[in-house]
Design a binder for this molecule. Sequence first.
Ligand code: F6P
Length: 550
Amino acid sequence: MTMRTSLNSWKALVLHAEDMKQQHMSDLFVTDEKRFDKFSIQLPTMLLDYSKNLLTPETMDKLIALAKECDVELWRDKMFSGERINRTEDRAVLHTALRNRDQHAMILDGENITEQVEETLEKMRTFSSNIREGHWKGYSGKRITDVVNIGVGGSNLGPQMVTEALKQYSDNSLNVHYVSNVDGTQIAEVLRPLNPENVLFIISSKTFTTTETMTNANTARQWLVSSSFDDKAVEHHFVAVSANKKNAVEFGIDPENIFDMWDWVGGRFSLWSAIGLPIALDLGFDKFIELLDGAFEIDCHFKQEPLHENAPVILALLSVWNCTFLGAQSQAILPYDQSLHMLSAYLQQAEMESNGKSVSWDGDEIPYATVPSIWGALGINGQHAFYQYLHQSNNIVPADFIGSIKSVTPVKGHHETLMANFFAQTQALMNGVDEQQVREDLKAKGRTADYINKVAPHKVHKGNRPTNTILMKRISPRTIGSLIALYEHKIFVQGIILQICSFDQWGVELGKGLANKIEVELRNGDINPAHDSSTKELMSYYQAMKNIGL
Ligand code: F6P
């Protein structure tokens, strides 16, 4: 397959980027009053404004030409129809089948997977109402009050991020907790106030082999058994979400209480499956369905809209434009809604585990920059921490600003202040302020010439920093579903344009394998002399020091 760099549209964009680097966004706004109309898209649950990027209509035409030359529509259709586009693992990529809300038949290997999905959803419905309404009893006959989800990566971040985002929609029938870290501090802290008689553990692991999850699951099991004095208690307090039934049953989980996962659902795209069970338990099953509805709306948009009006396609093209052609190396995710405080952590996995690669799907070295590193925090907190860097450092960091028109928790006087900052920041990042303006402002404040000469250079903001603004109506299961699906499809298109297999994660394996070997050495106190001197000495120091009591 030809490298993207040999495409005409790619070459045209390389040249065009050189021209655009000479432009300033603020001038583009002055010369074209219709930028917002041209570069914004209204979706059912949100508005996307991408006009504050360094682009013109010509740029967009060239980017759309690139999407066409890369056959984005063809690949999109392949994904939705269940072709095995996860080439390195030879799997279909069908997380969209999990939210196929019009329930059309989806045939994979001769089977209608819509039926399997609906069956699992039904099982989730029954199970979640049994737990929430207190019909399910623990080993001593008491109802469940607390749910502890044990999982890591995709088996944690999605459900936890959504649980946090939709906290205000919980009726608090249950307390839902998450344990992901193998650092014992986390599970110890979570379990400390709980009574084993009232706790349900969900072991969320597609493979049911992930070391961190299994270590936590065994600790939880031991905690329960040491209080109930009965191995049989495990059946009353543990359920699993896994594609590996055998291991889950061996762990002691009743086969009836194992929720299916399928190899056509990647971990980081799995919150729509039974991996989302803690969400259904927390909010009630109907709200979980609303989450799926919101995602389905974006699936339809992505499938049906022409490329130039297609929000995930536009977001992907902008990322490629900003990073690959204009040279940005990181991207900030900046929510101005407390509910979204875990969004950047979630998107880190979604985007970086998917597209943080440097080999093409044909196994060739990729000669261009692929995806940026994703980072961020709640906008207001960020303003008082790292926004200095966003405004004045030498590195340009494109940023997504995400806010809501209405707050789910209106508190008099707060939302306008929050949103004033939301609008001000993207304007400031775009316009900046030049030295002449700085000098005039200081002079108007009566500052001396000496002071102005000293301070003026420090107050210059070059601006020209790209941002997207996503303005949601209000946080709800539906809007959150749409927001996540928007980013999922963005990541998919990014992968197609960059020629990356977005659905494997080989980069996670190397460290895992080494850790397994090193763990044996640490446990046996037998450090392999073949390690490099740094690793060997660090391990020796650790072994020596841990035995002398610090
Ligand atoms: O981080 C690597 C990874 O394989 C993720 O893709 C996945 O979400 C996570 O580990 C957990 O895997 P599992 O659900 O099999 O425990």
